[in-house]
Design a binder for this molecule. Sequence first.
Ligand code: NAP
Length: 510
Amino acid sequence: MVGTQTYTGSQTGQTTAPKEFKNFINGTWQPAKSGKTFQSINPADPSDIVGLFPASDKQDVDLAVAAAKKAYEEWRLYPAPKRAEILFKAAQLFSERKEELARELTREMGKVLAEARGDIQEVIDMVYYAAGEGRRLFGQTTPSELRNKFAMSVRVPLGVVGCITPWNFPMAIPSWKIAPALICGNTVVFKPASDTPLVATRFVEIMEEAGLPPGVLNMVTGGGGAVGDAILEHPDVKLVSFTGSCEVGRHVNEKCAPTFKRVSLEMGGKNAIIVLDDANLDLAVDGILWGAFGTTGQRCTAASRVIVQKGIHAKLTERLTERAKSLKLGYGLEPGVDVGPLINEASLKKVEKYVQIGKEDGATLVCGGNRAPEAGPGWFFQPTLFDNVKPNMRIAQEEIFGPVTAIIEVNDLREAIDVANGIEFGLSTAIYTKNVNMAFEAVRDLDSGLTYVNAPTIGAEVHLPFGGTKSTGNGHREAAEACLDIFTEWKAVYIDYSDKLQRAQIDPVK
Ligand code: NAP
């Protein structure tokens, strides 16, 4: 049986009525025009209501976009180093409040406290990083092909940016979009995931406290259809930056196409860890457990496939099974807990469905596979390992987004790479080997936006580009300098100081 933390009653001690939170539009906190609200609940204990949030719709989005459009005219002219000062201040505030923010994040989203602290640390890193761009945002200068003519390129902001984010990194992912968007001179309408509006609210509160002028950052909470579609359809939104599922990402793409709205999409993954016969087994086991079951498998970069060379297959499976069974499930604020709950009941049912599919398709369930009610009243599911999985089985092809990983045996590195690449996604891959030649071959041939050597598929840092190939994205990269290409457009500037008409490509140059 999976090790669990026994649930001993109310984990939060909530006694008062849940607090009602508001949208943030044009520098003021205000309810949805409809007056309606929705609940955010603790996934470890659904009786714990985290708060009530505005169930907004198009009316609220229209107000937010109008505020952002107006604020843009001033914000775009405000010098980038001065925008940076506000972001530096915000980064300091995130840093000072890291612990309280992390605890709220665990309560609302479910990941264990150590990981929640990591989520906030990523915000701190990203906001500092973006602030640093305030004194860079480099363009290029280059010689002109004509005399007495100066040529350069500069980055220009786009205008109002819509940021639509998922719940699994409820503060980190918004920071990856909003901080770069702002430093580049855009204004933002932010729609957070409906499972994590409190964490989003805390993010916006700190940005406000740091001194953002009214209208520069606006937040509208509410459902994907009611709020999300209103953002996608709004003619004054120039760019939509989306992270979420492929299904919704496709919808975002289609909705934005008729008006040629800029779209940046970061979507799903089916990430693989390759373990070759010569790998350090202890290291590989540690990495697979962290990659597969960290954040309860709810990471876009989660290791949901383990591709193992046949010589080490039996030993690896045995060790993984033993360690997976010993993981402690429970409320993420309790000490010693390794794995928290899934985000909601729909996710739990989806994971159950895939376990059933795996069994029906002929894979061998070696551990887990069931709900874990002993861990608490929330949506707990046992860390689950399938062995003897064939590369084309659905559990090896489709994103489950839960604590389930599939072990696939291969003969050699070439087969491992083919299996790793034989999916529709291309986010993250990893290889465990001591052979430098094999490692470099894998780095070259694995078709993914991230590849790790002797480390699991998770653990991105903000100063390296983040994103995926194939159906994981549409060619953009978040974070690092690469993200500036999402949030700016290039303008080429030619300055002719010859005092005469010079015709490029036509006039002879002496
Ligand atoms: P999701 O269901 O696609 O939702 C993502 C966001 O889109 C939410 O804010 C959601 O709002 C909104 N949305 C839903 N319907 C919409 C519509 N019609 N128009 C506009 N927006 C709409 O994804 P999720 O369950 O939150 O997150 C899990 C997925 O995100 C996984 O597939 C994971 O791989 C992916 N992910 C990818 C990355 C990456 O960087 N590649 C990172 C993290 C997660 P509601 O919450 O109100 O429904």
